[in-house]
Design a binder for this molecule. Structure first.
Ligand SMILES: *[C@@H]1O[C@H](CO)[C@@H](O)[C@H](O)[C@H]1NC(C)=O
Length: 218
Protein backbone atom coordinates (compact mmCIF):
# COMPACT_ATOMS: atom_id res chain seq x y z
CA UNK A 1 0.00 0.00 0.00
CA UNK A 2 2.81 2.39 0.91
CA UNK A 3 4.36 1.52 -2.42
CA UNK A 4 1.09 2.36 -4.19
CA UNK A 5 1.06 5.81 -2.66
CA UNK A 6 4.64 6.31 -3.77
CA UNK A 7 3.76 5.67 -7.40
CA UNK A 8 0.38 7.44 -7.20
CA UNK A 9 1.80 10.80 -8.38
CA UNK A 10 3.34 9.02 -11.36
CA UNK A 11 0.02 7.37 -12.24
CA UNK A 12 -1.75 10.73 -11.97
CA UNK A 13 0.91 12.42 -14.11
CA UNK A 14 0.60 9.71 -16.77
CA UNK A 15 -3.21 9.89 -16.80
CA UNK A 16 -3.01 13.68 -17.09
CA UNK A 17 -0.46 13.47 -19.92
CA UNK A 18 -2.71 10.93 -21.69
CA UNK A 19 -5.75 13.19 -21.32
CA UNK A 20 -3.76 16.23 -22.55
CA UNK A 21 -2.57 14.28 -25.60
CA UNK A 22 -6.08 13.12 -26.50
CA UNK A 23 -7.55 16.57 -25.83
CA UNK A 24 -4.94 18.42 -27.91
CA UNK A 25 -4.31 16.04 -30.81
CA UNK A 26 -7.04 13.39 -31.02
CA UNK A 27 -10.11 15.48 -30.19
CA UNK A 28 -9.80 18.04 -33.04
CA UNK A 29 -9.19 15.21 -35.55
CA UNK A 30 -12.64 13.81 -34.68
CA UNK A 31 -14.52 16.95 -35.78
CA UNK A 32 -16.27 16.84 -39.15
CA UNK A 33 -17.93 20.26 -39.19
CA UNK A 34 -15.91 23.25 -40.36
CA UNK A 35 -16.97 26.49 -38.59
CA UNK A 36 -15.94 28.48 -41.70
CA UNK A 37 -18.13 26.38 -44.01
CA UNK A 38 -21.07 26.77 -41.60
CA UNK A 39 -20.47 30.53 -41.49
CA UNK A 40 -20.61 30.69 -45.31
CA UNK A 41 -23.80 28.59 -45.43
CA UNK A 42 -25.44 30.90 -42.89
CA UNK A 43 -24.29 34.10 -44.65
CA UNK A 44 -25.61 32.83 -48.00
CA UNK A 45 -28.94 31.75 -46.48
CA UNK A 46 -29.43 35.06 -44.68
CA UNK A 47 -28.69 36.91 -47.94
CA UNK A 48 -31.12 34.83 -50.03
CA UNK A 49 -33.85 33.69 -47.60
CA UNK A 50 -34.33 36.98 -45.82
CA UNK A 51 -36.53 37.15 -42.81
CA UNK A 52 -38.69 34.01 -42.82
CA UNK A 53 -37.46 31.61 -40.11
CA UNK A 54 -39.04 28.52 -41.68
CA UNK A 55 -37.40 29.19 -45.03
CA UNK A 56 -34.06 29.94 -43.31
CA UNK A 57 -34.20 26.59 -41.47
CA UNK A 58 -35.05 24.70 -44.68
CA UNK A 59 -32.38 26.46 -46.75
CA UNK A 60 -29.65 25.90 -44.15
CA UNK A 61 -30.60 22.29 -43.41
CA UNK A 62 -30.52 21.44 -47.18
CA UNK A 63 -27.15 23.14 -47.61
CA UNK A 64 -25.77 21.29 -44.56
CA UNK A 65 -27.04 17.95 -45.87
CA UNK A 66 -25.50 18.69 -49.26
CA UNK A 67 -22.14 19.31 -47.56
CA UNK A 68 -22.22 16.68 -44.79
CA UNK A 69 -24.76 14.07 -46.02
CA UNK A 70 -26.44 11.87 -43.41
CA UNK A 71 -24.34 13.33 -40.60
CA UNK A 72 -27.06 16.00 -40.63
CA UNK A 73 -30.64 14.93 -39.86
CA UNK A 74 -33.32 16.10 -42.26
CA UNK A 75 -35.35 18.98 -40.82
CA UNK A 76 -38.94 18.43 -39.77
CA UNK A 77 -41.23 20.37 -37.45
CA UNK A 78 -42.38 17.45 -35.26
CA UNK A 79 -39.07 16.61 -33.60
CA UNK A 80 -38.43 19.96 -31.89
CA UNK A 81 -38.19 20.18 -28.10
CA UNK A 82 -38.14 22.90 -25.50
CA UNK A 83 -34.90 23.54 -23.66
CA UNK A 84 -34.47 25.18 -20.26
CA UNK A 85 -30.87 25.82 -19.27
CA UNK A 86 -29.11 28.50 -17.27
CA UNK A 87 -32.46 30.18 -16.63
CA UNK A 88 -33.11 30.71 -20.35
CA UNK A 89 -35.85 28.99 -22.31
CA UNK A 90 -36.05 28.24 -25.99
CA UNK A 91 -36.62 25.34 -28.34
CA UNK A 92 -34.30 23.29 -30.50
CA UNK A 93 -34.01 20.77 -33.30
CA UNK A 94 -31.06 18.37 -33.23
CA UNK A 95 -29.40 18.12 -36.64
CA UNK A 96 -26.36 16.23 -35.37
CA UNK A 97 -25.13 14.88 -32.05
CA UNK A 98 -22.07 12.78 -31.30
CA UNK A 99 -19.51 12.47 -28.51
CA UNK A 100 -17.47 15.43 -29.81
CA UNK A 101 -19.93 17.64 -31.72
CA UNK A 102 -23.51 18.78 -31.87
CA UNK A 103 -25.29 20.93 -34.40
CA UNK A 104 -28.75 22.30 -33.62
CA UNK A 105 -31.20 25.01 -34.46
CA UNK A 106 -31.88 26.91 -31.25
CA UNK A 107 -33.87 29.99 -30.42
CA UNK A 108 -37.15 31.43 -29.31
CA UNK A 109 -40.16 33.06 -30.93
CA UNK A 110 -40.61 35.50 -28.02
CA UNK A 111 -37.22 36.16 -26.36
CA UNK A 112 -35.31 34.89 -23.32
CA UNK A 113 -32.34 35.62 -21.05
CA UNK A 114 -29.90 33.57 -18.99
CA UNK A 115 -26.46 32.15 -18.24
CA UNK A 116 -24.56 30.53 -21.11
CA UNK A 117 -23.21 27.75 -18.89
CA UNK A 118 -19.52 26.82 -18.61
CA UNK A 119 -18.84 24.19 -21.23
CA UNK A 120 -16.30 21.57 -22.22
CA UNK A 121 -16.73 22.49 -25.88
CA UNK A 122 -16.22 25.59 -28.00
CA UNK A 123 -19.56 27.00 -29.02
CA UNK A 124 -20.32 28.75 -32.33
CA UNK A 125 -23.66 30.56 -32.31
CA UNK A 126 -24.58 31.73 -35.84
CA UNK A 127 -27.47 34.18 -35.74
CA UNK A 128 -30.08 33.55 -38.44
CA UNK A 129 -32.80 35.95 -37.38
CA UNK A 130 -33.13 38.59 -34.67
CA UNK A 131 -30.43 39.54 -32.20
CA UNK A 132 -28.45 37.94 -29.42
CA UNK A 133 -27.19 40.35 -26.77
CA UNK A 134 -24.14 39.35 -24.75
CA UNK A 135 -22.84 40.65 -21.43
CA UNK A 136 -19.09 40.03 -21.10
CA UNK A 137 -17.59 40.36 -17.64
CA UNK A 138 -15.83 43.72 -17.28
CA UNK A 139 -17.59 45.23 -20.29
CA UNK A 140 -20.50 47.45 -19.21
CA UNK A 141 -21.85 47.69 -22.78
CA UNK A 142 -23.84 44.96 -24.52
CA UNK A 143 -22.23 43.17 -27.46
CA UNK A 144 -24.91 42.64 -30.09
CA UNK A 145 -24.89 39.87 -32.70
CA UNK A 146 -27.26 40.07 -35.67
CA UNK A 147 -28.17 37.86 -38.65
CA UNK A 148 -25.13 36.39 -40.41
CA UNK A 149 -22.76 37.02 -37.51
CA UNK A 150 -21.31 34.39 -35.18
CA UNK A 151 -20.86 34.58 -31.43
CA UNK A 152 -18.04 32.28 -30.29
CA UNK A 153 -18.04 31.15 -26.66
CA UNK A 154 -14.76 29.44 -25.86
CA UNK A 155 -14.86 26.42 -23.64
CA UNK A 156 -14.40 27.10 -19.95
CA UNK A 157 -15.77 30.64 -20.20
CA UNK A 158 -19.21 32.03 -19.36
CA UNK A 159 -21.37 35.05 -20.17
CA UNK A 160 -24.85 36.37 -19.68
CA UNK A 161 -26.90 36.45 -22.86
CA UNK A 162 -30.34 37.44 -24.01
CA UNK A 163 -32.46 37.22 -27.08
CA UNK A 164 -34.58 40.34 -26.55
CA UNK A 165 -37.32 39.04 -28.87
CA UNK A 166 -37.62 36.53 -31.74
CA UNK A 167 -34.16 35.08 -32.36
CA UNK A 168 -32.99 31.90 -34.08
CA UNK A 169 -29.51 30.50 -34.39
CA UNK A 170 -27.54 27.61 -35.82
CA UNK A 171 -25.40 26.34 -32.95
CA UNK A 172 -22.29 24.20 -33.33
CA UNK A 173 -20.49 22.79 -30.28
CA UNK A 174 -17.09 21.13 -30.71
CA UNK A 175 -15.33 19.45 -27.79
CA UNK A 176 -16.49 16.97 -25.15
CA UNK A 177 -20.28 16.84 -25.45
CA UNK A 178 -21.35 14.38 -22.70
CA UNK A 179 -20.13 16.64 -19.84
CA UNK A 180 -22.38 19.41 -21.25
CA UNK A 181 -25.53 17.35 -20.83
CA UNK A 182 -26.05 17.93 -17.04
CA UNK A 183 -26.33 21.70 -17.73
CA UNK A 184 -29.01 20.89 -20.29
CA UNK A 185 -31.05 18.94 -17.74
CA UNK A 186 -30.46 20.87 -14.49
CA UNK A 187 -33.28 23.40 -14.96
CA UNK A 188 -35.74 20.69 -15.97
CA UNK A 189 -34.85 18.52 -12.96
CA UNK A 190 -34.78 21.35 -10.40
CA UNK A 191 -37.44 23.69 -11.72
CA UNK A 192 -39.71 22.91 -14.66
CA UNK A 193 -40.19 19.15 -13.96
CA UNK A 194 -41.38 18.92 -17.57
CA UNK A 195 -41.19 15.15 -18.03
CA UNK A 196 -42.24 15.26 -21.68
CA UNK A 197 -39.38 17.66 -22.52
CA UNK A 198 -36.86 15.63 -20.52
CA UNK A 199 -38.02 12.50 -22.32
CA UNK A 200 -37.80 14.11 -25.77
CA UNK A 201 -34.34 15.54 -25.03
CA UNK A 202 -32.97 12.19 -23.83
CA UNK A 203 -34.65 10.36 -26.73
CA UNK A 204 -33.53 12.63 -29.57
CA UNK A 205 -30.02 13.22 -28.17
CA UNK A 206 -29.48 9.51 -27.51
CA UNK A 207 -30.86 8.55 -30.91
CA UNK A 208 -28.60 11.03 -32.75
CA UNK A 209 -25.51 9.96 -30.76
CA UNK A 210 -26.12 6.25 -31.40
CA UNK A 211 -26.78 6.87 -35.10
CA UNK A 212 -23.52 8.85 -35.29
CA UNK A 213 -21.58 6.03 -33.58
CA UNK A 214 -23.09 3.51 -36.02
CA UNK A 215 -21.80 5.74 -38.84
CA UNK A 216 -18.37 5.59 -37.24
CA UNK A 217 -18.57 9.23 -36.06
CA UNK A 218 -17.35 9.64 -32.49
C1 LIG B 1 -42.71 31.68 -43.89
O1 LIG B 1 -42.73 30.73 -44.93
C2 LIG B 1 -43.56 29.59 -44.64
C3 LIG B 1 -43.32 28.55 -45.71
O2 LIG B 1 -43.35 29.11 -47.00
C4 LIG B 1 -45.00 30.07 -44.53
O3 LIG B 1 -45.84 28.97 -44.23
C5 LIG B 1 -45.09 31.11 -43.43
O4 LIG B 1 -46.39 31.63 -43.35
C6 LIG B 1 -44.09 32.24 -43.65
N1 LIG B 1 -44.08 33.09 -42.46
C7 LIG B 1 -44.21 34.40 -42.55
C8 LIG B 1 -44.17 35.13 -41.23
O5 LIG B 1 -44.33 34.99 -43.59
Amino acid sequence: MAKFFKILPIIIALLYAGYKYVDTYVLPSLFIFDPKVLGQIVTDAVATSGDNSTILFRTINSALRKEYGDHVNELNFDDWMFNNAGGAMGSMFIQHASITEYLIFFGTAIGTEGHTGVHTANDYFYILKGEQWVHELGNPDPVVYGPGSVHVLERGTSQQYSMPTTCWALELAQGWIPPMLPFGFADALSSTLDIETIYRTVYFTGKAMIESLLRGKV
